[in-house]
Structures are given as structure tokens and as C-alpha cells.
Design a protein around this ligand. Structure first.
Ligand code: IMP
Ligand code: MG
Length: 171
């Protein structure tokens, strides 16, 4: 049976998401913000974050899939393109967790082709130990050294996204 070790509580998540939303609202005050969530994994974070951003902004989604269990396949498949016109706009990519950084780098390269004015990154979790590429995470709610975590949108083989808090998964 898998074991779930509590790591970040609902209350802690709520407080950090609130702070992050406030910061984004200040930083983007005179800009043309488009939040782009990466499906499926950021849907819960995105839904909470957008409601903590007090300035006008738009929301879109990108479908990108790269993970099989706990091992990165190194391949990324785009399953959904953004619908909104992004040219000249200020894109903030919303991710669940940046681990090696390979997925995010490919997503950034892809969005760059749509000519936004700026691209920045907001990740719920910044997991630094296995980083393979140099990438600037402009907003991150939590940092983590190692481990495989689930809950609050994060999955293991598509399960456990529904858990309201974040847990270290021991298989
Ligand atoms: P990366 O390409 O190695 O940075 O990881 C890409 C994706 O792998 C993340 O956006 C997550 O969806 C998934 N991932 C990485 N680490 C974890 C984890 O600890 N728990 C759940 N998913 C993870
Ligand atoms: Mg995943």
C-alpha cells in the first residue's frame, strides 16, 4: 500500500497562493496579463491563483504531457494549443512543479513562437535537485529538494490529484 506523508497543509497552500496572487497583481498592474495553465496538472493551482489576482487578466490553457509514472520520458506531446491571441501580450505560465525543467523549457520555446511581449513562469513547487536546464522561475510558492509529491493537482499515474493538501508519496 502506498504511504502518504503530509508535507504541505491546505492552510499553508492557501496562504502562499494568496501572497503569490497579490505579488502578481502588483507586478502586472500596467501590463496585459494572460495566465496560461499547463494541463492537466496545474488546473487546481490555476483556479485558486486566478481568484487571488485582483487586476484584469485573461486565462488560457496549454496541453503538454511528458510524464509516465515517476520517470520522465524525455518526450513532450502538445495536446492543446492556446486559443487566445498572445502576440504582444504578457504571458505568465502556470505550472504545478518544475523538476528537471525539460518540460517547461519546451513549453517556453513553443510559446515564444507566438510572439508575446513577455513570458514569465509561476510554479507551485520548485524542485531543484534534479534540474537539468537553466530556467528562471519568477514566482514559486514552495521549494522542495527531493521526493515525489502528490495532491492539489499533482498526480502519480493520474491518481491523487484530488487530495486537498500535498503529500510525499512512498510507494
Ligand atoms: P520536469 O520536466 O522534469 O521539470 O517535470 C515535468 C512534470 O513532471 C511536472 O510538471 C509534473 O507534472 C511532473 N512531476 C515532476 N515531479 C513530480 C512530483 O514530485 N510529483 C508529481 N508530478 C511530478
Ligand atoms: Mg504529472
Amino acid at each position: 500500500m502506498p504511504e502518504f506523508i503530509p508535507l504541505i497543509s491546505e492552510k499553508e497552500i492557501k496562504a502562499r497562493v494568496q501572497k503569490t496572487g497579490e505579488k502578481i497583481s502588483k507586478d502586472y498592474e500596467n501590463l496585459d496579463l494572460v495566465l496560461i495553465g499547463v494541463l492537466k496538472r496545474s488546473f487546481i493551482f490555476l483556479a485558486d491563483l486566478t481568484r487571488k489576482i485582483s487586476i484584469d487578466h485573461e486565462i488560457d490553457l496549454i496541453g503538454a504531457s511528458s510524464y509516465d509514472g515517476t520517470m520522465s520520458t524525455g518526450q513532450i506531446v502538445f495536446t492543446k494549443q492556446p486559443d487566445l491571441e498572445l502576440e504582444g501580450r504578457d504571458v505568465l505560465l502556470v505550472e504545478d512543479i518544475v523538476d528537471t525543467g525539460n518540460t517547461l523549457l519546451k513549453i517556453v520555446e513553443f510559446v515564444q513562437l507566438l510572439n508575446p511581449r513577455s513570458i514569465k513562469i509561476c510554479s507551485l513547487i520548485n524542485k531543484q535537485e534534479r534540474r537539468e536546464v537553466e530556467i528562471d522561475i519568477n514566482y514559486s510558492c514552495f521549494s522542495l529538494d527531493k521526493g515525489f509529491i502528490v495532491g492539489y493537482g499533482l498526480d502519480y499515474n493520474e491518481k491523487y490529484r484530488n487530495l486537498p493538501a500535498i503529500y510525499d508519496l512512498k510507494l
